[in-house]
Design a protein around this ligand. Structure first.
Ligand code: PMP
Length: 407
């Protein structure tokens, strides 16, 4: 049973009452991006209508109000992932930028020829390509933790890959394609024993589970606001203070400097050292409303509700003849990927859309993972706090109809 009043929560998301192709929208693409509650939309409108101004530099009232709201998101985000210090919270455009920032700064300073970086077989392209670029530039090597057929990391293989050559381990907390929840605490501890630094891709995990970067003891953690009921174009990169302080700068420009002369420039303190230029002020401010929204419901309640929908959906989909669930990890978040014999995912996606049902089809930016399963892609349904069993029923009916038409 669900611990939350889903009907009441759905009313807070205006988009959920729209029609698509004459049918009520059934939005099951939450792993790509979640919908936004009215409080988040209001925060954006309030900023632009009430106190739009550039931050940090101004002494006038609007600038002060905007700066206070912007910096207040930093405090909220700090508590949300339990970082020890507010200056360990760096605003980025999203997870992708967070990972790239680390690759281009920490990576360039610390990775040399012959060094090794370990990722896993289930990484999103954004946690593969930046490391490939770095390895190519430095003559370092990328190693990959393999997975079993259920989509779980082979931890013994991981231990075998670790050595004194390992400089960095960067793994996804929750797989966007499989839903697997990885044992990141164990991964981090083993990496630290080998003397390596650890980055966690929290793009999918942060919305579904409690995040405590101090308990995890990860060195870097990246996430995106838009998967947390917040706006696009905003993310957080967490890094341990002593590591961030020792890292070279990333982008140069306004805000990240202390003093500039043509002879020499000194850099600003954390976190501003990594926030060059005018940031995405409105969206950072609205991100706070999204975190407050999640905190008000409670992550444990959200997780319990999503697990209920996931288990119901898994049981229902398993009844469909010729359907195979991809990703059967014991520890799973609310992502359900599947293939159907002799049916292309894209055809399924189009027929479902005709019934107002939004799912994702394709490789989900995890092509090497699809290769591992010898499939071109999957159809993926992913659930959120507002997902219901009735929506799962609509998905199942839509799938049955589509399969009938296509076979
Ligand atoms: N990692 C994972 C696991 C993801 O699911 C995503 C988003 N699909 C990303 C990284 C990249 O996030 P963003 O596009 O918000 O930068």
């Amino acid at each position: 049973a669900s611990p939350i009043d889903v009907a009441r929560i759905r009313q807070q998301f205006p988009i959920l009452s729209r029609m698509v192709k004459g049918k009520p929208l059934v939005y099951l693409d939450n792993a790509a991006t979640s919908q936004k509650p009215q409080v988040v939309i209001d925060a954006l409108v309030d900023y632009y209508t009430g106190y739009n101004a550039n931050i940090h530099r101004g002494i006038h009232t609007l600038a002060e109000e905007a700066t206070a709201a912007f910096e207040s998101t930093r405090d909220t985000a700090q508590r949300f992932i339990n970082a020890a210090l507010r200056e360990e919270i760096i605003f980025t455009r999203g997870t992708t930028e967070g990972i790239n920032l680390v690759a281009y700064t920490w990576g360039r300073q610390n990775v040399q020829a012959g060094d090794e970086i370990i990722i896993s077989a289930m990484e999103h392209h954004s946690n593969i390509v930046p490391w490939q670029i770095l390895c190519e530039e430095k003559g370092a090597n990328l190693k990959v933790i393999p997975i079993n057929d259920d989509g779980e990391l082979l931890m013994e293989e991981y231990e075998r890959l670790l050595s004194n050559k390992t400089k960095l381990v960067s793994v996804v907390h929750v797989s966007n394609s499989l839903g697997t929840i990885n044992p990141v605490k164990q991964i981090i501890d083993l990496a630290h024993q080998a003397g390596a630094v650890v980055m966690i891709d929290g793009a999918q995990s942060t919305v579904h589970m409690n995040i405590d970067v101090q308990a995890l003891d990860c060195d870097f953690f990246a996430c995106s606001a838009h998967k947390l009921y917040g706006p696009t174009g905003v993310g957080v990169l967490y890094g341990k203070k002593h590591i961030l302080e020792a890292m070279p700068v990333f982008m140069g420009g306004g805000e990240m400097i202390k003093e500039v002369t043509f002879a020499k420039t000194t850099y600003n303190d954390l976190p501003y050292k990594y926030e060059a230029g005018t940031p995405n002020i409105a969206d950072v401010i609205a991100f706070k409303a999204a975190i407050d929204f999640i905190n008000e419901i409670g992550k444990a309640n959200i997780a319990q509700h999503e697990q209920d929908v996931l288990q119901y959906a898994t049981a229902q989909l398993e009844q469909i003849h010729g359907l195979h669930i991809v990703g059967k990890a014991v520890e799973k978040a609310s992502v359900l990927s599947f293939t159907v014999d002799k049916v292309h995912p894209q055809d399924l996606g189009i027929l479902l859309d005709n019934r107002g049902i939004a799912v994702r089809t394709g490789h989900h930016c995890t092509q090497p993972l699809m290769d591992r399963f010898c499939i071109p892609g999957t159809t993926r349904a992913s659930f959120a706090v507002y997902s219901t069993r009735e929506e799962v029923d609509a998905l199942v009916a839509g799938l049955q109809k589509a399969i009938q038409l296509l076979l």
